[in-house]
Design a binder for this molecule. Structure first.
Ligand SMILES: [Zn+2]
Length: 419
């Protein structure tokens, strides 16, 4: 390991547990100051094993207590608001003091350095600014040593013009937009580009896409995970790409059975529950992320002792139930990238006829492939066989030329319900 905080991310798990207990108790005190938690939490726990007895906090709780129900400091101490959008129209709001932001910056810097970002590198930030945490988080931590092009969500034509002219080595993006962006570059653009590193976050990314980005475009994709509701990212990819390290000196992570709420043993899959340990303004306790992952047993070969989680591929809320079978968009993406060797864009339509649900998937392909009916037939058969084996549902496929599907801005909308 070349960079990073040697003292903290290489401390033993015992030392870490001691620190976490101290910080957890500090958070319980802060949480007790908020309107939502007042009188509902113990003042202190004697051991981290008691955390499992504390109540959960859900996105719904945050919505119902909008806007200030979880605020633990006087309003004038808030340095910044962030929010995540939802389907109901009421956003979930997070607040940060200057001290909170300094911890965000520390994580962001450490994660950029772990991805190989170096002093003086040019970075194009294609994440949208505004209420979303992503762009602010990734840029602030590294802006003092790197050169930032804050394109935000400026439209793909301008994105490409600046990308080709200023030649960034690094991009920050949602994975959906990165996939879309790569489909919009010409072969010549790809040949000439300086891009080597992409740090992505905000939505799941498939391992297959990471592989294609590396093999076809020479771009190392580093995953970043966290939610606005948890005060931003708290897990990051190191150079080994063998799971996402948790910033355990700042967050306490549990994996539960989403049905029973009970802890599952290390190594088993379940819903990720997180408690930020150093947030002054927004001390949320045991937040249920609705994301499925597991703790990866053992220590990473990079030398960091922060434990790792499997990159998130399944979000409980994205699940489609097709005639009794659970299907996630990320599974469809994996099937596509198993057989399509270039960045692509796709859209899943769920239709219903006489009580039966069906899937129709639009997949964008290069025109050379669409014009070659033998290759196209072969691809269709391979894709359908894989999907039947993997998701046990046989969809209808509709191949369209690159650029046909709606342009992606920020997070990709992969599923539409046409009923
Ligand atoms: Zn590692």
């Amino acid at each position: 390991m070349e960079q990073g905080n040697q003292k903290i991310d290489c401390m033993s798990q015992d030392q870490l547990k001691e620190l976490q207990l101290k910080l957890f108790n500090q958070q319980l005190k802060r949480a007790g100051e908020t309107k939502s938690y007042h009188g509902k939490l113990p003042n202190e726990i004697a051991n981290l094993s008691e955390v499992k007895n504390l109540p959960f906090t859900t996105k719904e709780d945050l919505r119902q207590n909008f806007p200030y129900g979880f605020l633990a400091v006087p309003q004038e101490k808030i340095a910044r608001f962030n929010a995540s959008s939802g389907t109901t129209g009421i956003p979930t709001l997070a607040y940060f003091t200057q001290t909170d932001l300094s911890f965000l910056d520390k994580r962001s810097k450490e994660q950029s350095l772990a991805a190989g970002v170096k002093e003086g590198d040019i970075i194009q930030c294609m994440m949208g600014y505004g209420l979303f945490t992503g762009a602010w988080y990734h840029v602030r931590g590294i802006q003092n040593i790197a050169t930032i092009i804050p394109t935000g969500a400026c439209g793909t034509a301008k994105q490409i013009l600046l990308f080709n002219s200023l030649r960034p080595k690094v991009v920050f993006s949602t994975p959906g937009y990165l996939q879309y962006f790569l489909t919009q570059l010409s072969d010549e653009d790809v040949k000439k580009m300086a891009l080597k590193i992409a740090i992505v976050g905000g939505e799941p990314v498939s391992q297959y896409f990471k592989k294609i980005a590396k093999e076809k475009y020479g771009v190392d994709v580093y995953d970043s995970y966290g939610l606005t509701e948890t005060g931003g990212p708290f897990a990051f990819d190191c150079e080994r790409h063998e799971g996402l390290h948790l910033f355990e000196d700042q967050f306490y992570v549990e994996i539960i059975d989403p049905d029973t709420g009970l802890l599952v043993p290390d190594g088993e899959y379940g819903e990720l529950v997180v408690t930020p340990l150093r947030q002054e303004a927004f001390p949320v306790i045991r937040y249920r992320t609705r994301d499925i992952t597991r703790i990866i047993p053992g220590q990473c070969l990079c030398g960091r002792t922060y434990r790792r989680i499997e990159p998130i591929t399944h979000r409980i809320d994205d699940m489609m139930i097709i005639n009794g079978v659970n299907v996630f968009p990320s599974q469809i993406e994996e099937c596509i990238y198993k057989h399509v060797s270039t960045a692509t864009n796709y859209l899943v339509h769920v239709t219903e006829k006489e009580g039966l649900k069906k899937l129709l998937i639009d997949v964008e392909l290069p025109i050379e492939l669409l014009d070659n009916s033998d290759k196209l037939k072969k691809l269709e058969k391979e894709l359908l066989d894989t999907m039947k084996a993997y998701i046990t549902v046989t969809p209808k496929l509709n191949f369209v030329p690159l650029g046909t599907l709606p342009e992606i801005q920020g997070k990709a909308k992969r599923v539409t319900k046409d009923y």
